[in-house]
Design a protein around this ligand. Structure first.
Ligand code: ADP
Ligand code: MG
Length: 522
């Protein structure tokens, strides 16, 4: 649907056009008219579907620029998302001269105070820093007409419920409340009941959005081969821009270190890094200076980077919704993407649950051999060499060159050159990951889940949103959870044996487990 049919003012329609948006996305189409009509709205749609503009456009439409008061407050779970939202609102509202101020922790509060005192119309902030400003009296929220809880599920996951409640107390009761979220766990519905007035619930089904543009593979690996399999796959697939998900902060740090050791251009982000460092890494990733972004779910949530062609789930996510968010980082804006999910035998049930949600089968991917990985590296090296040859104008007269040419034949020289460019020695750099505690087994035995429909999901969601598990996940889970023993293994023996065949190892019963019918819940 065209934006012009949604009731937005002409100056905004011009801004939208300048911004390059042609058609409204489904969540925009369905929520913008309701928001403009002053209704409380709960909007649920998958990550990457334009929820920011869905609330941003009607808010910009309603802002009175003759006033210098804060008229809208957007609460955002992370600094990155707050900045991203500020950017988008700023761009869309520039012609209308709407002032947008972001406030978040880890940045100079005085500058934010200064910005606020110069009359921001819209404030986008993270919960902690917003409360800080409220307590200091450096933000006046008494004229807020619209409050947005953005990425609400993630805010709850991060334990911000109490903070949100305090923020809600600081804004007028007479207000419009909008809530946007990728998933709708019961705790969010409760917020809707408690803090919103007869909210309209708009839900865009995930299946329309998830997976159609993403080719999804899974690869079965044993724990000790996981990292080698990863680097082999990277060598074969040669992603232009990839995101690699690890379950914990420690995992992200280790994976980054290991990849660097093997010659990959990688950097990690997670919640323990400073704001400055995270912004820097993201910027480099967006510019393509960093090719592989290693991230935890929370750190990568909602980030909008175009051109990501591969998503690797080095650790399968515990809940299926996270999987959908993760692979939603690729296959964006009509481009095709590929995802590869690593799973151990004990995690097969998680894979089946994901398939149930996405209603799509993942295809098995055979772990590449070292030879295939080497071939991948070599072909990239050959391209670089070709490029260098093309760029080398004229001949360089040098005795050194003459000596080399006399001494070696062309093949020997080319082999050496390619080997050097491909940095083959890095490929086998010894690296051992700490063991992650495996995910708890879901059910007894394989295949038992096929008959197990909604009941089990409900139970799991209950667990997850209950807070206990989250606490563990975001808190000390990187450290004391045991299982820290390091396992090394003999690379030579393994590659020499040629025993990479999953089939040979895992035998028939497990393959059979792939054949059970995935039940559709609709
Ligand atoms: P979400 O909050 O749902 O995860 P975002 O608001 O971050 O999604 O939007 C994802 C991307 O889609 C952004 O790059 C945004 O600029 C772009 N986008 C939003 N609306 C449209 C539209 N109507 N047409 C094209 N691109 C859009
Ligand atoms: Mg968003």
């Amino acid at each position: 649907m065209k934006f012009s049919e949604l009731g937005l003012s002409q100056d905004l329609l011009t801004a939208i056009e300048k911004h390059g948006y042609v058609e409204a996305t489904p969540i925009q189409e369905q929520t913008i008219p309701l928001t403009l009509a002053g209704k409380d709205v709960i909007g649920q749609a998958q990550t990457g579907t334009g929820k920011t503009a869905a609330f941003g456009l009607p808010i910009l439409n309603m802002i009175d620029t003759d006033s210098n008061q804060v008229q809208a407050l957007v609460v955002s779970p992370t600094r990155e998302l707050a900045i991203q939202t500020q950017d988008e609102l700023f761009k869309l509202g520039r012609d209308k001269r709407v002032k947008v101020q972001a406030v978040f922790g880890g940045a100079d509060i005085r500058r934010q105070i200064n910005g606020l005192s110069h009359g921001a119309h819209i404030v986008v902030g993270t919960p902690g820093r917003l409360i800080d400003h409220i307590n200091r009296g450096t933000i006046n929220l008494s004229n807020v007409k619209t409050l947005v809880l953005d990425e609400a599920d993630e805010m709850l996951n991060m334990g911000f419920l109490e903070d949100i409640e305090s923020i809600l107390k600081a804004v007028p009761d007479q207000r419009q409340t909008l809530l946007f979220s990728a998933t709708m766990p019961p705790a969010i519905k409760r917020i809707g009941v408690q803090f919103m007035t007869e909210p309209e619930h708009i839900q865009i089904a995930a299946k329309e959005l998830t997976t159609d543009l993403v080719e999804q593979y899974y690869v079965r690996v044993r724990d000790f081969e996981k990292f080698d399999t990863l680097t082999h796959i990277l060598d074969v697939q040669q992603p232009k821009l990839a995101i690699l998900f690890g379950r914990t902060k420690r995992r992200v740090d280790e994976l980054t270190r290991g990849l660097e050791l093997r010659g990959f251009n990688a950097a990690g982000i997670h919640g323990d890094l400073t704001q400055q460092k995270r912004s820097q890494v993201l910027k480099q990733f967006k510019n393509g200076e960093i090719k592989i972004l290693v991230a935890t779910d929370v750190a990568a949530r909602g980030l909008d980077v175009s051109g990501v062609d591969y998503v690797y789930n080095f650790d399968i996510p515990q809940d299926s919704e996270s999987y959908v968010h993760r692979i939603g980082r690729t296959g964006r804006a009509g481009a095709h993407g590929t995802s590869v999910t690593f799973i151990s035998n004990a995690e097969m049930d998680y894979l089946k649950d994901i398939e149930k949600l996405t209603k799509k089968r993942m295809l098995p991917l055979k772990p590449p051999t070292r030879e295939e990985a080497l071939a991948g590296r070599m072909s990239v090296a050959a391209d670089s060499v070709e490029a260098v040859i093309a760029a080398t104008s004229g001949s360089v007269d040098s005795e050194v060159i003459d000596t080399l040419v006399e001494k070696y034949d062309a093949k020997t020289l080319a082999t050496a050159l390619l080997g050097a460019v491909a940095n083959v020695s890095e490929m086998d750099a010894e690296f051992t990951l700490s063991r992650e505690r495996p995910l708890p087994r879901k059910r007894s035995g394989f295949g038992g889940g096929s008959r197990n429909g909604g009941g089990y999901r409900g139970r799991r969601d209950g667990d997850r949103r209950g807070g206990g598990y989250r606490g563990r996940r975001d808190g000390g889970r990187d450290g004391e959870r045991g299982q820290r023993e390091r396992r090394s293994f003999d690379r030579g023996a393994r590659t020499g044996s040629g025993d990479r065949s999953q089939r040979g190892r895992s035998g028939a019963p497990r393959r059979q487990s792939r054949d059970f019918v995935i039940k559709n819940n609709d």
